[in-house]
Structures are given as C-alpha cells and as structure tokens.
Design a protein around this ligand. Structure first.
Ligand code: PEP
Length: 246
C-alpha cells in the first residue's frame, strides 16, 4: 500500500554537468513503479526539474517564509523552483549546524505548509548505539521532530544511523528492522493506524548497489535515502532497480 521511494541526497556535490546523470536515470527508469527523488544542491534545483519521472527535492529549508536570513532558502522558494520535497534534520545539519529537534519540527511544518513532503531524518551516534540507547534516541527525535499534522503524503521518515553515513558501515538487517518497526509503532500510536501505516520509512547509511537488495527485504523499509551512491546513474540505477524488483 505504500509506494516505494528511492531518494538521493547529493549534499554539496554537483554542478550543471551533473544533470546528465538525471537524464540517464530518467530514461532507464521511465516506466518505474517506484518514486525516484533526487535532492541536488540548491543551485541546481530548477535546472534539475523536467526529467520525468524523477522528482526533485531540496536538502534543507528555513522555517520562516521569507525575511532577513542570509544564505537560507524558504519552503516557498523551494516549491517555486519546482521541487516537491525537502530533507530536514539530516545529521550533518543536526551536528554541524546544531539543529535540534524543535528546529527540525519547525522546518518540517514550514515545508508541509507549502505542500512539500518533509523527509525527516533520525539517527543515533555510535556512542549512543554502544550505550544501547538507540531506541530512546530515535523515539525522542521522532517525537520532537515530527509536526502534529503528519500524513502519508506530507511526511517521510528516514532512519540514518550517523555511524553508517559515508563510512561503508551498515547495521545488520535485524538492527535496521528493529528501528524501523519501532518507528512504525510510534507513528501508529501517535497518529493512528491509518496515518501511521501510510508514512514511508527510508533506511539511509552506506546503501550501495551490492547491499540494497538485502536491505529492501526488511519489513517496514519502504526505500532508501542514499548519499554517495546517488551521485552517478551508474551507482544509483542498480539501487533503484533493486527497489523495483523487491
Ligand atoms: C546520507 O547522508 O543521507 C547518506 C545516507 O549518505 P551515504 O549513503 O553516503 O552513507
């Protein structure tokens, strides 16, 4: 009942030359039955649009609609650029920009108010996992970062253990399953079964062509948020194919 989603986060990578990758992906997956979302840097948002069936998203937004916020972009501007989604609460922003859950929630609310899908990221550090605090951390981030008006259309949740991002380390399938089941049950408890079961849950953290198919067999994994392996069609396309064939 939930449509699968393969999302790529280009982070601070890519120039106009990189848009050629989108053309390849769009052609290869023209008849795809999964959603494919690319989140390029803000400089490429408008230029990245127009490669159907690919959808385009941003990597962050400000919580205000406009004003004196040098260097930031608003959800309205992201929508105006042609994007339909925005990542909020990525650990690189939670850590490097000290964005705590209250800020993430305000950003998600701003995105949803503009009709964008907010992709809210959650994840524990290695120290937190080793201290067996993973579910407490995820539960706290989930409660604090998700606005009250969540629906299956305006919210996607991405579980991204910080220690797995860009490291080549991946939790085992049981660990991924435990956290995804936990997120699902918390969403159902807070929003009711209808909404709770309709929100898509992505796994993120060193997803590659050679591990994607296994990860996609885990219950409650509805797709992936992919960093490094989303930068080229050669790497991202097999991940999309794995999701299409699961
Ligand atoms: C990310 O930063 O969202 C991510 C999952 O990165 P990578 O796939 O490179 O680990």
């Amino acid at each position: 009942m939930r449509r699968k989603l393969a999302a790529g986060n280009w982070k601070m990578n890519g120039t106009r030359a990189s848009l050629a990758e989108l053309a390849v992906l769009a052609k290869t997956h023209a008849a795809s039955e999964v959603d494919i979302l690319i989140c390029p840097p803000a400089t490429l948002l408008t230029a990245a649009c127009g490669h159907a069936p690919l959808m385009i998203g941003a990597q962050d937004c400000h919580m205000a609609t406009s004003g004196a916020h040098t260097g930031d972009i608003s959800a309205a501007q992201i929508k105006d650029a042609g994007a339909t989604a925005v990542i909020v609460g990525h650990s690189e922003r939670r850590v490097a920009h000290e964005e705590h859950s209250e800020i993430v929630r305000a950003k998600a609310r701003a995105a949803q108010a503009e009709g964008l899908t907010a992709i809210v990221c959650l994840g524990e550090s290695l120290a937190q996992r080793e201290a067996q605090n993973t579910l407490d951390i995820i539960g706290g981030q989930l409660a604090g970062s998700i606005p009250d008006n969540a629906t299956g259309e305006n919210l996607v949740v991405a579980y991204e253990p910080i220690w797995a991002i860009g490291t080549g380390l991946v939790p085992d399938l049981a660990q991924i399953g435990e956290v995804h089941d936990f997120i699902r049950s918390r969403l159902e408890r807070r929003f009711g079964a209808g909404v709770g079961r309709s929100v898509r849950l992505l796994y993120g953290g060193s997803v590659k062509p050679d591990n994607a198919a296994d990860i996609f067999t885990v219950p409650n994994v509805d797709g992936a948020l992919v960093g490094g392996a989303s930068l080229t069609a050669a790497d991202f396309s097999p991940i999309i194919t794995a999701l299409e064939t699961v």
